[in-house]
Design a protein around this ligand. Structure first.
Ligand code: HAM
Length: 430
């Protein structure tokens, strides 16, 4: 058997591929990316790209040493047999904050809105919608603590969902408070779970010391049963005055802008850098454990990475999960378009000429050509397979007169177009 792709990765394929399911269409993937780009750039977000691998230390300090991501899911990079201390990035936020600090982006007008997209890597247990290489669209805003920035960030996610045509999406909104609020909550959780240590899963016993809030996010059914049984109080009960006021303001803006949301008092998130506003977008048909996207405020992250204090907030969508949601809802996405024109020579002498005309006409539209001479019937059939709008052929007689014989594939209508008029014709008709 020929070599196969690694487990937990996907191929996104051209339309018409034999093994294509709709969530694996490269054109659908591009459509989702383009939609997000359009929404984000309209808001003033500027593109940024960062490396696919980073210092392990960045991810450890950024995402947090107690998270599943850092403890269990890192891909380590080896080169020349040596461990370089690098890992494949599991997410984009720590890298963007690093890039902000390293490149003096504080000089740019604040708040600075940035966005990126690309592959992320987590060595997860693979299941539907849970991959080892997946892709995110990521939005980050640096330099403001204003709740209006939080609300705008959530509005932008909602706008992406709306423009994609998804209807079954819910925003789950919470706040994980300031560090001192979280400390108080952790003390409460330690006391509560500490009395039932023997019933906690091994992972959660670990979490009890390191980061007890993580227990609430446990994938173990026994842990979840205990959480329900104990009637654990939510983080929201522990918010200090400032965090509470901030959270209230975020909600007020969202109500004013008609962004529907459910308060989720127990939102945890899988990364350690969050404080205050935190949220996830869930889809009714994609499964409760598979958020389409999530985000939150991370005002302490820059200092955690050794830089000056810079408040920040952001979110990321998982593109593959958005594609699953679109598929589940049966949203018809546009197929990749065919060329405006498919051009073929009828004899070998004309192949170079047809190619030259095609290359020139590309200034006006998408034009493809045949790499060898074709009979008129085959030329039209090829054009049809490629879903071209027009097909044109050049025989020796046409070449001598400087014209193309052109056919509109939808109507079958035929006409001649002079070589020199081809660009204008395509601009007007394609
Ligand atoms: P996250 O919640 O870890 O947040 O990931 C965001 C989204 O990426 C998830 O909601 C999901 O759609 C997708 N995703 C995560 N893991 C996988 C996976 N194994 N397979 C498929 N999709 C996945 C972050 O990464 C934060 N950096 C978001 C953020 C930006 N917070 C502030 N700024």
């Amino acid at each position: 058997m020929a070599l196969q792709r690694p487990k937990g990765t996907q191929d996104h394929l051209p339309d018409g591929s034999p093994k294509l399911s709709s969530d694996l269409r490269a054109s659908a993937f591009a459509f989702v990316q383009d939609t997000a780009r359009r929404v984000l750039e309209r808001s003033g977000a500027q593109p940024i790209t960062t490396p696919l691998f980073e210092e392990a230390e960045l991810v450890k300090r950024g995402v947090g040493g107690s998270t599943d991501i850092v403890r269990k899911e890192m891909f380590t990079v080896y080169y020349f047999g040596d461990h370089g201390g690098y890992v494949l990035r599991p997410e984009g936020t720590a890298s963007i904050v690093r890039a902000y600090l390293q490149n003096g982006l504080k000089q740019l007008p604040a708040p600075l809105k940035l966005w990126t997209h690309g592959p992320m890597f987590r060595a997860e247990n693979v299941q539907k919608g849970r991959l080892r290489q997946f892709h995110q669209v990521d939005y980050e805003v640096l330099g403001s603590t204003d709740p209006l920035v939080d609300a705008e960030a959530i509005w932008l996610m909602w706008e992406v969902v709306r423009e994609l045509g998804l209807t079954g999406v819910r925003v789950k909104l919470g706040s994980i408070g300031d560090p001192e609020d979280r400390e108080a909550y952790n003390t409460y959780l330690r006391g509560l779970f500490g009395a039932h240590l023997e019933r906690l899963s091994g992972d959660s016993k670990d979490r009890l010391e390191r980061n007890p809030m993580r227990i609430l996010d446990s994938k173990s059914e026994a842990d979840q049963a205990l959480i329900t049984e104990l009637g654990v109080r939510p983080m929201l009960d522990f918010l200090g005055e400032e965090a509470r006021a901030h959270f209230g303001a975020v909600q007020a803006y969202l109500r004013e802008w008609d962004v529907p949301f459910d308060l989720d008092p127990s939102i945890v998130r899988g990364l350690d850098y969050y404080r205050r506003t935190a949220w996830e977008l869930h889809h009714t048909q994609v499964g409760a454990k598979s958020a389409l996207g999530g985000g939150g405020r991370y005002d302490g992250l820059a200092e955690q990475l050794g830089g000056a204090a810079v408040p920040g907030i952001g979110w990321a969508f998982g593109i593959e999960r958005l594609l699953l949601a679109l598929d589940a809802e049966g949203v018809a996405l546009p197929e990749a378009e065919g060329p405006a024109l498919f051009l073929a020579a009828l004899d070998e002498e004309g192949v170079g000429l047809a190619a030259r005309l095609a290359l020139k006409a590309r200034a006006a539209a998408r034009v493809e050509f045949a790499y060898r001479a074709l009979k008129p019937g085959s030329a039209f059939k090829e054009a049809d397979r490629r879903r071209a709008r027009f097909a044109a052929v050049i025989g020796s007689e046409e070449a001598a007169r400087g014209v193309l014989r052109l056919k509109a594939l939808a109507s079958g209508e035929q006409r001649e177009v002079a070589f020199g008029d081809l660009g204008t014709f395509l601009r007007e008709h394609a």
